[in-house]
Design a protein around this ligand. Structure first.
Ligand SMILES: CC(C)(COP(=O)(O)OP(=O)(O)OC[C@H]1O[C@@H](n2cnc3c(N)ncnc32)[C@H](O)[C@@H]1OP(=O)(O)O)[C@@H](O)C(=O)NCCC(=O)NCCS
Length: 174
């Protein structure tokens, strides 16, 4: 498997294998933020196919509750492995590592990410990788339903942060 930052020609392939209905989380929106210098959109490829994604948002989490407590902390957003049969094989961990390496290369000593209160399995993974809870917040996002009507969502989450000063390969027990 190799992890590569998204290229313009990847967007159609990503839409085909991992269609997204999220407005701000579409592949096109994520690529546009990368083009603007606001994020890095990381894609893992296996046997010539995309098998997930993760966006490092250098501008940080958009939630005001998080910005107040963690100003300047980049956010690892949209971590996803697909198809589900490929989960629990280390691809998610490799994406987190790649994001941490990018942060260190930019001289950024922190990485943050949000996890939903209803996602204890992902929270377990992040705890294992050294991420610690900081602040609860509400993740507000929107998607277009089958009729193309915008639907607003609000998910209770916790923002987790890792100090990268000891290096990206530092795995602490949860
Ligand atoms: C969370 C996710 C990105 C992890 O990727 P992965 O390749 O499975 O991760 P790894 O193989 O490196 O680590 C496995 C750990 O991920 C977590 N995990 C596995 N399947 C999961 C799932 N369906 N949902 C959430 N977390 C999961 C577990 O903690 C697992 O540890 P375990 O195998 O000891 O139970 C992936 O499972 C996924 O896409 N889940 C659905 C979307 C999601 O929940 N994204 C996170 C949003 S915060």
């Amino acid at each position: 498997m190799r992890i590569v930052v998204c290229r313009a020609e990847d967007i159609a392939v990503l839409e085909r294998f991992m269609p997204s209905h999220s407005v701000d989380g579409s592949h096109g929106a994520r690529f546009a933020r990368q083009e603007a210098g606001d994020s890095s959109y990381l894609i893992p490829w296996l046997d010539g196919l995309p098998v997930g994604h993760a966006e490092v948002r250098w501008t940080g989490c958009e939630a005001p509750e998080v910005r107040a407590v963690q100003p300047g902390c980049p956010e690892l957003n949209g971590l996803f492995v697909w198809p589900a049969s490929l989960r629990s094989r280390g691809i998610g961990t490799a994406l987190v590592r790649a994001a941490e390496e990018q942060a260190l290369a930019r001289g950024t000593g922190l990485m943050g990410l949000g996890v939903g209160d209803d996602n204890p399995t992902a929270a377990r993974l992040y705890a294992r990788l050294g991420y610690r809870p900081t602040v609860p917040y509400v993740d507000r996002w929107a998607y277009l339903d089958v009729d193309g009507v915008r639907q607003e969502c609000a998910d209770p989450c916790v923002f987790l942060v890792k100090d990268l000063s000891s290096g990206p390969l530092d795995v602490k027990p949860a």
